[in-house]
Design a protein around this ligand. Structure first.
Ligand code: IPM
Ligand code: MG
Length: 359
């Protein structure tokens, strides 16, 4: 398997280094992987003037899977929009057509106290958010900022277009129904059909698919209610499917139920399981370069890479079990630390996972 590593910005290089070290242990044990490295995000802007340079695009198209750290930082926030690091991330997602973003939110029992919710509300939590990733208001045209005549006089207006085609909804619906089938067999589709036509079509299209999946119990929820239910009674959810923007917001919310966004991996897949794997969190510029970031979300993303693009469930489970083991052993980075546990940095956490893998 050819793996392209895109460390990106902020804590990205530190956390991807640990995930690559973990994958290298599996290589030593016979899983075949080759690594290449490329530039994406702010580092690419600094190096080439573009957040998603042609050289990276070539490597990405050629790779079987991509492991990404995180992009962005305050030093690039004032650049023109098309040069911002986030544009690089959206560019690679769109070019590779990785429309299905899987974001599992699992509460590890050892971290029940790290959640801001009561342990009984979150213990045993195991949700999968299936977020559509290459459509919606993120990519819809037209969009822009321009001066117009308005009821308040001539002034700037900003606008975007929320748009989904039926086929775009059906293909993400299929991923979600099939995922539910392999898990708790419950699927909740989230929309805002009481206000937005685009999401009325979403609801109608998902509803029309339900007869093909008689073993999956389908429900629908408005996004505001879903946001509330996620903190009120999160265990009612099994698989949640939603559009790009609602999925962005709800997956951050779901991550905090588990104690730290530093624990949440993600996989973004195309129709052939070629994938882009990245932690659900951002580049955390405030702690970059200090060696304190939690590498577990990236290590767990590497496990997802083994599962979906590598088709190697055994190797994926080995990595996930190693992570469970280091948590049970009491290793904690700052984001999940509590008194009585062993506070470690990024590299030491990587070392602990590797030791657990070899044990
Ligand atoms: C995410 C991030 C990105 C998104 C940003 C960095 C463009 O928040 O992966 O959730 O909004 O998709
Ligand atoms: Mg987000």
């Amino acid at each position: 398997m050819k793996i392209l590593v895109l460390p990106g910005d902020g804590i990205g290089p530190e956390i991807t280094a640990e995930a690559v070290r973990v994958l290298e242990v599996l290589c030593a044990d016979g899983v075949k992987m080759e690594f290449e490295e490329g530039l994406l995000g702010g580092c690419a802007v600094d190096g080439t003037g573009k957040p998603y340079p042609e050289a990276t695009s070539r490597l990405a198209r050629d790779a079987d899977a991509i492991l990404l750290g995180a992009v962005g930082g305050p030093q690039w926030d004032t650049l023109p929009r098309e040069q911002r690091p986030e544009r690089g991330l959206l560019g690679i997602r769109a070019e590779l057509g990785v429309f299905a973003n899987l974001r599992p939110a699992i509460l590890y029992p050892e971290l029940a106290n790290a959640s801001s919710l009561k342990p009984e509300v979150v213990s045993g939590l195991d949700i999968l958010i299936v977020r559509e990733l290459t459509g919606d208001i993120y990519f819809g045209q037209p969009r822009g900022i321009e001066e117009r005549e308005t009821q308040w006089g001539r002034q700037k207006v900003g606008w975007n277009t929320m748009i989904y085609a039926e086929e775009e909804i059906r293909r993400i619906g299929k991923v979600a129904f099939e995922a539910a089938r392999k898990r708790g067999k419950r699927l909740c589709s989230v929309d805002k059909m009481n206000v937005l036509e685009c999401t009325q079509l979403w609801r109608d299209t998902i509803t029309a698919m339900a007869p093909q999946y008689p073993d999956v119990e389908l429900s629908h929820m408005l996004v505001d209610n879903a946001a509330m239910q996620l903190v009120r009674a999160p265990k009612q959810f099994d698989v949640v499917v939603t559009g790009n923007m609602f999925g962005d917001i709800l997956s951050d919310e779901a991550s905090m139920l588990t104690g730290s966004i530093g624990m949440l991996p993600s996989a973004s897949l195309d129709a052939n399981n070629k994938g882009l794997y990245e932690p659900s969190h951002g580049s955390a510029p405030d702690i970059a370069g200090q060696g304190v970031a939690n590498p577990l979300a990236t290590i767990l993303s590497a496990a997802m890479l083994l599962r979906y693009s590598g088709n190697n469930e055994a190797a994926a489970l080995r990595v996930e079990n190693a992570v469970k083991r280091v948590l049970a052993q009491g290793y904690r980075t700052g984001d999940i630390y509590e008194p009585g546990t062993n506070r470690v940095g990024t590299r030491e956490m990587g070392d602990a996972v590797i030791a657990a893998l070899k044990a």
